[in-house]
Design a protein around this ligand. Sequence first.
Ligand code: PMP
Length: 285
Amino acid sequence: RTVYVNGDYLPEEDAKVSVFDRSFLMADGVYEVTSVLGGKLIDFDGHLARLERSLGELDMQKPEAFDDLLEIHRELVRRNDLEDGMIYLQVSRGSAGDRDFIFPDPKEVKPTLVLFTQSKPGLADSPAAKTGIKVISIEDIRWGRRDIKTVQLLYPSMGKMMAIKAGCDDAWLVEDGFVTEGTSNNAYIVKDGKIITRQLSNDILHGITRAAVLRFAREAQMEVEERSFTLDEAKAADEAFITSASQFVMPVVEIDGVTLGDGAPGKVAPRLREIYLDESLKNAI
Ligand code: PMP
């Protein structure tokens, strides 16, 4: 596999970053994951725009190659013969050659830019989409700027492990009784045909898939309500689902052991998945 590191395309065993890199020492880095279907990038512009916003919120410089990112993504797809899968991109504040809480002078330290591909043959026909997934709920103890896509992913990773240990697939994070989002996805419920998902704020990541799915839902005359919902409301919902760049729209059929509906994906989530995949493929670049 070929990996991109600061301007170079390298065999993965030669792709290296300094031990002083601030993403390694302080989780001082941001990332994006873009899906590839049929060799084309899904929602690329949205991911690029969010990357720019994450960098700005953290006062991090744009990497020199920022304007070439589309070309770099395409080059990695080509070099790795990527048909279906993901491209992972990470920018860190760079390596100052020392460990220091003070940000290095941006005139002296350049950001680190790394991209690599992950192949997932048949990504769009995931068997889980047909059966739906099971989630547990856990307390949301993450920091208060979840709108910034940082590489500080220890708690979401622990949450996913708690779910696996409980025989489930993922965890929904709950704060003051309200669902914020999933460990790596946005969360939705459906009640009486209405799609309900938490409003945008610093409490959740502004999902690129979320934005597209809500737009398609409204275009299809489906009713959408952006507001907080409680865990109890979710357990009493007709349907639930999650969205993310790598899972698209994925039905949720069980929350904390409580079965939703008849335990199979309902009508809304599978329909939204189909619309999302159709439209995104049409617009893929
Ligand atoms: N919330 C969190 C916490 C996430 O990590 C992700 C995926 N990175 C999402 C939501 C979904 O965002 P997107 O649709 O842009 O992948």
